[in-house]
Design a binder for this molecule. Structure first.
Ligand code: G4P
Length: 199
């Protein structure tokens, strides 16, 4: 997705060989025009899948998840990383280990908002080691829902998450794929369509 890549190049900061900071438009400040385009792109890619709900995780998954849900015309629900005061009965939970933060969190969603019969599109901002996405898969499966696919705004292809999820048979659609962040430069992986256009 060219608009996203342009934004990443213009405003992203490569913090190390593994981390790209995109606080101005995705992880802290949020660009509504870009999020609208991101939501429309996810909706286009999954339009034939009869999605009934978008599932994401707080906090940075909410903006792209909401815009995808809006375009698809379905509700969105986000998994919580901390239990809220009002969240009590009927909780579905999964454990998520973050390699980056070296800590385990229990994520949860109310069984009132996802159930058997739902056809879920999982959305998240970053795909690194895939632990958050796998946690969302577990939540949806425990609630008895089907997973139609996983939409990621930025995938870091040099980490294992994408491979893990695809090996499990999930359809993963990433709007920008980073092949490398070495030497402070964002190198994008070409999509299949781009490869075909250049061959
Ligand atoms: P994983 O879920 O793919 O295994 O990722 P990991 O545990 O490594 O990532 C932990 C947090 O760091 C996640 O956000 C994830 O989105 C974010 N993250 C991973 N790699 C990058 C990166 O290169 N750049 C940025 N900006 N973020 C990255 P989180 O802590 O859940 O944050 P938030 O959703 O509350 O904003």
């Amino acid at each position: 997705m060219e608009l996203l890549k342009k934004k990443m190049i213009e405003e992203g900061a490569v913090l190390s060989n593994h981390v790209l900071k995109v606080d101005s438009f995705l992880n802290h400040g949020v660009d509504p025009v870009l999020m609208d385009a991101v939501g429309k792109e996810f909706a286009k890619r999954f339009k034939d899948q009869a999605i009934t709900k978008v599932l994401t995780i707080e906090s940075s998954g909410i903006a792209p998840g909401l815009m995808a849900a809006l375009t698809l015309g379905v509700p969105m629900v986000f998994a919580r990383k901390r239990r809220s005061l009002t969240q009590s009965e009927d909780l579905v939970t999964a454990k998520v280990y973050s390699f980056t933060k070296q800590e385990e969190n229990t994520i949860s969603v109310s069984g009132k908002y996802i159930h058997g019969g739902d056809n879920i599109l999982i959305i998240d901002d970053f795909l690194a080691n895939g632990q958050a996405a796998l946690g969302l898969v577990e939540l949806a499966e425990k609630a008895g829902a089907n997973i139609a696919g996983i939409g990621i705004v930025i995938e870091k292809s040099f980490q294992d998450g994408g491979r893990l999820l695809r090996e499990k048979g999930f359809r993963v659609e990433s709007l920008a794929e980073i092949e490398s962040l070495e030497d402070g430069i964002i190198s994008f992986k070409q999509s299949k369509a781009e490869e075909a256009a250049h061959s």
